[in-house]
Design a protein around this ligand. Structure first.
Ligand code: PLP
Length: 447
């Protein structure tokens, strides 16, 4: 077992030398992951875990795929790195742009490459404002977003994120951002008894009137909220939002950083709702996380405005990185050949069936599923639908320690985003572990 005898050393060095996101300083335990295959990973002590989070919702094709290693190695040996500045290009970036715009909902015909999700949202926000600027409407600067949204932690992407933890203590955020109510059918007390879509549409209409339609650049949203709790909106929400925005010339940005590339059973979740956004941001599953990469797909209309006669003036050092593009192409080959979109639908459906009876437990309020994206809402009390006083972190820790299942939670929900290669037996292993551990959770959050 690799590294077994070095675990104590690593754990000490980790505590002394690393800063982790989201780790309280008093917590001393560490799980050092050293290898992975398929849906499973192994730690430095040799313990095997089911990776029900697909790392962070990105490992569509699973761990340890030789085909991707070969594609990366071949590209590293041919042209490891190049850029797309001015008229320079590279073959892999061109091939990936063609592949993605062929797969994308009709009308999204141009790609801009990034190295991750926050960078993608940053580009989308800049493109939205620049689109209007170039079309002689520079006063269109407002961005509409939703509370409980997560779009990454760059300042722009963080500002449009709707969770206070990303704002508090970080100084002034991007101005001209307004957060709307997110459509969350389970937490329907937020809607004063009104239909969720009607409530959200009325609020959107009133907000557009108050700010002024000619001052709004875009609305950004995850078609299905991920960090917010795998929240699937009512089917009429996005079509009606898109129609209203379009009638006012406001651009729609879909953040599909989690939902793209098969997670919901389609290439893009936009297809579920029959909506074609003006800009669609992707990352994570584009390379199954083997190397960092992302792509923003936009309409010809957006591309024409932001490139204009003088060009789109901004880009990243790694925009169009050929090794990342080669990995993405190999990854898309596997998703297609192994029919992972279909597997997301069937295995996701099987998991939802297996998990449906969890709501018989006093602490499980709701189980939501779309493809292989699931959320389990934990409540202290089913009447008020209040979250567990401890949040879900102790439950996630018990799942890891007692059942060998790795997943993450937000304060209200456990999030399940396993690799799309998950088979029925592994789905059953996950369902069994969840049933066993969740049956032990008390309404005060103790496990
Ligand atoms: N958008 C969504 C919906 C996400 O879930 C995430 C990350 O989890 C991001 C954006 C940010 O992506 P990254 O961490 O690659 O910057």
């Amino acid at each position: 077992i690799p590294g077994q005898d070095r675990t104590a050393q690593w754990v000490r060095a980790d505590r002394d030398r690393l800063i982790h996101p989201n780790l309280p300083s008093g917590r001393t335990d560490r799980t050092v992951i050293v290898e992975g295959r398929g849906c499973h990973v192994r730690d430095s002590r040799g313990r095997r875990y089911l990776d029900a989070a697909a790392v962070l919702g990105m490992m569509q094709v699973g761990h340890g795929r030789e085909e991707i290693v070969s594609a990366a190695t071949a590209q590293l040996g041919t042209l490891e790195c190049f850029h797309l500045w001015e008229s320079m290009s590279n073959d892999k970036a061109i091939e990936l742009a063609v592949r993605l715009t062929d797969l994308a909902p009709a009308g999204l015909d141009r790609a801009f490459f990034t190295s991750g999700g926050a960078e993608g949202n940053e580009i989308a926000l800049r493109m939205a404002r620049f689109f209007h600027y170039r079309r002689q409407q520079p006063e269109r600067t407002w961005i509409l977003s939703r509370r409980t949204a997560y779009h990454g932690i760059a300042y722009g992407a963080g500002s449009v994120s709707g969770l206070p933890v990303y704002h508090e203590g970080f100084g002034p955020q991007l101005p001209h951002v307004h957060h709307l109510t997110a459509p969350d059918p389970y937490q329907n007390s937020a809607y004063d008894g009104e239909d969720v879509t009607e409530f959200c549409l009325r609020e959107l209409r009133e907000t557009i009137e108050r700010i002024g339609p000619d001052r709004i650049a875009a609305m950004i949203g995850e078609p299905v909220m991920s960090v917010g709790g795998a929240v699937v909106p009512p089917p009429d929400y996005w079509p009606r939002v898109a129609e209203l925005l379009r009638s006012h010339g406001i651009l729609l940005i879909f953040d599909e950083v989690v939902t793209a590339y098969g997670r919901t059973g389609h290439w893009f979740a936009a297809e579920h709702f029959g909506v074609r956004p003006d800009l669609l941001v992707t990352a994570k599953g584009i390379t199954s996380g083997y190397v960092p990469h992302g792509a923003v797909l936009v309409t010809e209309e957006v591309a024409a405005a932001v490139t204009g006669s003088t060009g789109f003036p901004i880009g990243f050092t790694y925009t169009g990185h050929p090794t990342a593009c080669a990995v993405a192409l190999a990854n898309l080959d596997i998703i297609e050949r192994e029919k992972l979109l279909d597997n997301a639908t069937t295995t996701g459906g099987h998991l939802a069936d297996r998990l449906a009876t969890l709501t018989d437990l006093p602490v499980v309020g709701d189980v939501r599923q779309i493809g292989l994206m699931l959320g389990i809402e934990l409540v202290a009390d089913k009447e008020s639908r209040a979250q567990l006083p401890t949040g879900t972190a102790p439950v996630a820790q018990a799942l890891r320690e007692d059942a060998g299942i790795i997943l993450r939670g937000n304060p209200r929900s456990l999030l399940i985003n396993p690799p799309l290669v998950m088979d029925r037996a592994t789905a059953d292993e996950l369902a069994d572990g969840l049933h066993t551990v969740l049956a032990r959770v008390e309404p005060d959050g103790r496990v």
